[in-house]
Ligand binder design. Sequence first.
Ligand SMILES: [Zn+2]
Length: 264
Amino acid sequence: MTGIIDTHCHLFFDNLFSDIDAVIERAIAQGVEAFVVPGIDVETSKLAIQLAETYPMVYAAIGIHPNSDIEPTDRVFTQIQQLLPHPKVVAIGEIGLDYYRNKFNSDKQKILLKHQLDIATEYQLPIILHNRNAMDDLFECVQQWQNRISPSQNRKPKGVFHAFSEDLNWAKQVIQMGFFIGVGGVITYPKAHLLRDVVQSIPIDYLLLETDAPFLPPQPFRGKSNEPAYLPIIVNELSTELNIGKDVLIKTTHRNSKILFGLN
Ligand SMILES: [Zn+2]
């Protein structure tokens, strides 16, 4: 396999970062050609840029994750914006809503999200969205944002709902709004019926591959740290689910990733 793109891996977390040369080498040996590393706060966004400066095949996304529990201050948004002009920054993310871990601060999460959505418009960058138990509110925020942007911007692909975990009905609404659907290790879990239904029912033109490393390892590595080198396991499973060749799956998701993030 060659040409696989990991559109979502947090290579700055210690268990990956401490061994980063080997992590990247192992992934390349397995056919991974590019990595998108989304920050979860200002510090890790800077680390993502640092990785992108060190490795030609690494790209950075800049954002404050809802679980980072950061106050939505002007200072934070300014810090974020200062990182964006870097040539290897390809997206705003990881941003979104998470009511599983942090339902109590949903108002604060929404303020963080809305500001970062508007920053994405200003800098014309796609967005990487995180959702956990918050799809209604997240979809509403994204829809309101969409209504604020110009028709010409509206025609561009807008981003990805990463680690998609909702049903087919939501998936259809998401792709209709101009978003991709990120699929990772969860597709290999025996209980992932909902996700199997989604990937089998939407056009492959809306799928992106991702690991979310070090989280959500594929089935054989559950309970352990995930890494981009495990992407072929996801490719195998997905090509079986979709009943298409691995080469077609890789080629199409490669093209989808480039349409969304550029990655030049
Ligand atoms: Zn993530």
